[in-house]
Design a protein around this ligand. Structure first.
Ligand SMILES: *Cc1c(COP(=O)(O)O)cnc(C)c1O
Length: 357
């Protein structure tokens, strides 16, 4: 069975060395030495100032929203993982959607200003499928209207925008380090923030808002990453360059075979590609269902990322229909993309797809 992704695992012996260390120290969670080491190494690897590791990408969003003291309405994209909007609602915020660009699939900056009101406190764009948002345009809108910008950067890792880490844009960026993402710690997430004071506050928020041992300073949550998860990250970080290079080959082979056959995501020209996903936009949902069925019959299971369009969620109060997002989400399919798909398998996937669209 070939799925949309396959979790990359390190050599078992390498991981077990870290497990030995954990058993020797007896320190299994609560910002242990491995979490601290991974934070340092990641900051260095990615070229960011502060990175705060947390339990998953969902709690990273929750902490980011609280860290930025958001209130009222937050403008966000309807085309994302459900987590982006769900954490707004569960933190008492109202998602206000602005539709996506039909070519980049990202929040269209041209649709942002018309939905800004007195109630708006922030913009939460997503670099969807790892494609960089138009960060400069979004920054100038945010500055003009005094809004915070939080990037849900769950689909990127070492992506550069004009030579700098894309994670350095916005007031905060959040990562998901789930097993299905580019770089993972089994379950995990992270916040990237420049300001040292905010970084310290984020560390407090991930641990019940405690300030020292006994006093509570902020409304926190429990979002700590444990040592076994950090160990996985430390093992994988050594291999990331090779993993990304292999993903790049898979990505480029799909691209050259399919660019004239289906609609591909238009990549931001100022940014490096992320190689996390290979979405294809088909003509209609009917064509998609036909292609999906044919692929399933050969044991290949692509995913319909991202569906449903978030403006259809049952708990969205001020929802307005987002036609572009609904249309894209009805006919987009993510093909298997991971370092070991293999050329033969890719050929089979491409042939099956081409014969059924
Ligand atoms: C995966 C994902 C999340 C949630 O991350 P978890 O680590 O699974 O909690 C949030 N936003 C986006 C865009 C995602 O793809």
């Amino acid at each position: 069975m070939i799925n949309v992704t396959k979790t990359f695992l390190p050599a078992k012996e390498k991981y077990l060395k870290y497990v030995d260390e954990i058993f020797e120290s007896g320190w299994v969670t609560n910002s242990g030495p491995l979490v601290q080491a991974l934070e340092e190494r990641l900051a260095d690897y990615l070229g960011v100032k502060n990175i705060i590791l947390v339990a998953n990408g969902t709690v990273a969003l929750e902490i980011a929203y609280r860290l930025m003291k958001l209130e009222g309405d937050v403008i966000t994209t309807p085309f994302s993982h459900v987590s982006t909007a769900a954490m707004l609602v569960s933190n008492g915020l109202t998602p206000v959607f602005a539709d996506i660009d039909p070519t980049t699939f990202n929040l269209n900056p041209k649709n942002i200003e018309s939905v800004i009101t007195e109630e708006t406190s922030a913009i939460v764009p997503v670099h969807i499928f790892g494609n960089a948002c138009e960060v400069e345009e979004i920054e100038s809108i945010a500055k003009k209207h005094k809004l915070k910008v939080i990037y849900d950067a769950a689909h990127i890792f070492d992506t550069k925008y004009k030579g700098e880490s894309l994670l350095n844009f916005g007031d905060v960026s959040t990562l998901s380090l789930h097993a299905t993402k580019l770089f993972h710690t089994i379950e995990g997430g992270a916040l990237i923030v420049d300001d040292d004071v905010l970084a310290a506050e984020a560390r407090s928020l991930r641990y019940f808002g405690l300030d020292g041992q006994d006093s509570v300073k902020f409304l926190g949550t429990n979002g700590t990453m444990n040592e076994f998860e950090a160990a996985m990250g430390l093992c994988l970080l050594d291999e990331m360059e090779a993993v990304l290079a292999a993903r790049r080959e898979v990505f480029e082979y799909y691209e050259s075979a399919l660019k004239d056959v289906v609609t591909l995501q238009k990549q931001n020209e100022n940014s490096t590609p992320s190689y996390g996903y290979f979405p294809v936009l088909l003509k209609t949902e009917e064509v998609l269902l036909r292609a999906q069925k044919a692929l399933n019959e050969t044991g290949v299971f692509p995913r319909r990322y991202f569906r449903p369009s978030l403006d259809t969620l049952p708990y969205i109060k001020k929802s307005v229909v987002m036609p572009v997002s609904r249309d894209v989400s009805s006919r987009i399919l993510s093909l298997p993309l991971y370092s070991t798909v293999g050329r033969e398998m890719q050929k089979k996937i491409i042939d099956t797809l081409m014969a059924n669209i």
